[in-house]
Ligand binder design. Structure first.
Ligand code: SAM
Ligand code: SF4
Length: 359
């Protein structure tokens, strides 16, 4: 069944509209003078894969009634744009398993435009790629220019073991379809001890050969996953040292305002990013906020602080209450995360799974 969303602006509803007066709204600046311009918006906690570092096989998903409707997601995003957010990444769970998700992309795609007019500079998504083959063209039409696809291995058996689903061919098809649709693809790979560590150079060389950048990520202690995190944790400093024996890596100043540090690989001609929450703290330049599919705003991926935007949205005065909730989020955004990977017996640093807040 179609959710029947009518999220085409202009709308009649008593909610936040992006208009000339929006520019009068104060920008989002936190207590550490970090300007927030980037929203990661999760549209579902559901997923068609079960990556072993992300969620258990028997994952309990949220009742659908708790998840924001597409219209509410659009209203929220509009509220953020009105406060100066210029980049939105749609994430999950797996965003492309959400029914009618292209309607949300279409509506948000209409917000793309010049900054002086309060426009969105970039609309993008993070996906596991399983549904990308059927959505790539439509995404490109909505104004999406780049997609991040998560891919940790090119070995089909290893992929099936790691994600608990035999879906590598679909993912590769999805990546090819994205490229064919004119989308720039960046691959994200979580570096996993004893799983893909020996394969990372091949994965990087393959991706660069296809014209795709790659970012490597250290596993983070989010949620219980039936596996021992310390057994999965592979410090990227070690990976980089190994790669330096093989290739010439040159620091690249490319900055996204995000946590990745980039290098150019002379031999492959591609760019490689490292996201190292453990070995290097990346919080000083943090420009982002994260919202779950139920409208919980987490000012920090690695912290428990949270603000309920759904309550604000569903209240009698959504505009005022959303503004107040965003101010509260800015007030409580911590200076930095406190992930640790050195205590085998400890509970996960953060009880919620990565699939709640997205990546
Ligand atoms: N399903 C989509 C995907 O996999 O791209 C989007 C959501 S997924 C939670 C976003 C990213 O988080 C993926 O690149 C995934 O590899 C990464 N991720 C999930 N759990 C993680 C963890 N515990 N530590 C580090 N990265 C994680
Ligand atoms: Fe699904 Fe992405 Fe988590 Fe894998 S990392 S289980 S694809 S949400």
């Amino acid at each position: 069944m179609n959710e029947g969303v009518q999220i085409d602006p202009p709308r009649q509803r008593d909610l936040i509209e992006l208009n000339a007066s929006a520019s009068a709204l104060p920008p989002l600046v936190d207590n550490f003078q970090r300007r927030i311009t980037y929203l990661r918006l999760s549209v579902t906690d559901r997923c068609d894969l079960r990556c072993s570092y992300c969620m258990p096989e028997r994952m309990t998903f949220l009742p659908k009634a708790e998840v924001l409707t597409l219209e509410e997601l659009h209203d929220l995003a509009t509220g953020f744009i009105a406060r100066g957010v210029t980049k939105i990444r749609i994430t999950g769970g797996e965003p492309l398993v959400r029914r009618d998700i292209i309607d949300l992309f279409t509506a948000l795609g209409r917000r793309l435009g010049p900054k002086e007019h309060g426009g969105l500079a970039e609309l993008t998504l993070t996906t596991n790629g399983t549904q990308l083959a059927s959505h790539a063209e439509a995404l490109a039409h909505t104004g999406v220019k780049r997609v991040n696809v998560s891919l940790d291995t090119l070995d089909r058996a290893k992929f099936a073991k790691l994600t608990r689903r035999d879906a590598l061919p679909q993912v590769l098809e999805g990546i090819a379809a994205a490229k064919a649709a004119g989308l720039r693809v960046k691959l994200n790979a979580v570096a996993l001890k004893g799983i893909n560590e020996g394969e990372l150079p091949d994965l990087i060389a393959w991706a660069h050969g296809q014209g795709h950048d790659v970012t490597l990520i250290e596993v983070m202690p989010l949620g219980d996953v039936e596996e021992e995190r310390l057994d999965q944790y592979l410090p990227l400093d070690d990976v980089r040292r190994d790669l330096e024996h093989r290739w010439t890596l040159t620091d690249n100043a490319h900055a996204t305002g995000g946590p990745a540090r980039y290098v150019d690989v002379a031999e492959t001609g591609g760019r490689l990013g490292f996201i190292t929450p453990h070995t290097n703290n990346f919080c000083a330049g943090c420009n982002r906020l994260r919202v779950t599919a139920t409208g919980q705003l987490y000012p920090c991926l690695g912290g428990g602080e949270q603000v309920d935007l759904r309550a604000a949205l569903r209240s009698d005065a959504p505009e005022a209450n959303l503004a107040a909730a965003l101010d509260e989020a800015l007030r409580i955004k911590p200076e930095k995360h406190h992930f640790r990977m050195d205590n085998r017996d400890a509970a996960p640093a953060v009880p919620r799974h990565m699939s709640m807040t997205g990546g």
